[in-house]
Design a protein around this ligand. Structure first.
Ligand SMILES: [Zn+2]
Length: 166
């Protein structure tokens, strides 16, 4: 089922989400809904459960949907993801978000990360990635702590841009 995406200033976007306690039918169906909702949006490479009002620690990524075809591990469901390593190197890139439809911003992120999570079957796994996919994961996992990309910009005056084509 396609879910409605919450947008700023919805207060649910600022909440800290709770860990998934077990892989229940409701959790499986939420994962399916998030994938369907993400796939409906052109070029959308990630979505987090709180963006549809479900305050649980689940994100979906698929960096391969980006038109530039960055290297990526494709479609992944991450339950209770945790970033266990951030590279010291950072790079700054332009980010947008379905929940902040009118704005983009320059955000500095670690260029390589390691993430521990569970699959939708409840199996622990590790993703080590870099570049675009590492940025996508950092952006989506931030949603689980009530953080939006706007909370990461250095200067609201010089690093935030209004979208032209809306
Ligand atoms: Zn987002």
């Amino acid at each position: 089922m396609i879910r409605t995406i919450l947008t700023l200033p919805d207060p649910l976007l600022k909440k800290v989400s709770a860990p998934v306690a077990g892989i229940t039918p409701a959790i499986r169906s939420l994962a399916a809904d998030l994938i369907e909702t993400m796939n409906r949006q052109k070029n959308c490479v990630g979505i987090a459960a709180p963006q549809v009002g479900e305050l649980v620690r689940m994100v979906i990524i698929d960096a391969s949907r980006h038109p530039k075809h960055y290297p990526s591990c494709g479609l992944r469901v991450l339950i209770n993801p945790r970033i266990t390593h951030f590279s010291d190197n950072e790079s700054t890139g332009r980010e947008g978000c379905l929940s902040v439809p009118d704005l983009t911003a320059n955000v500095a992120r670690s260029t390589a990360i390691t993430v521990e999570a569970m699959t939708i079957e409840g199996t622990p796994y590790i993703i080590k990635t870099e570049g675009f996919e590492a940025v996508v994961l950092q952006h989506e996992i931030d949603h689980l702590d009530g953080l939006l990309f706007l909370d990461r910009v250095t200067s609201l005056q010089t690093d935030v841009f209004r979208r032209r084509n809306i």
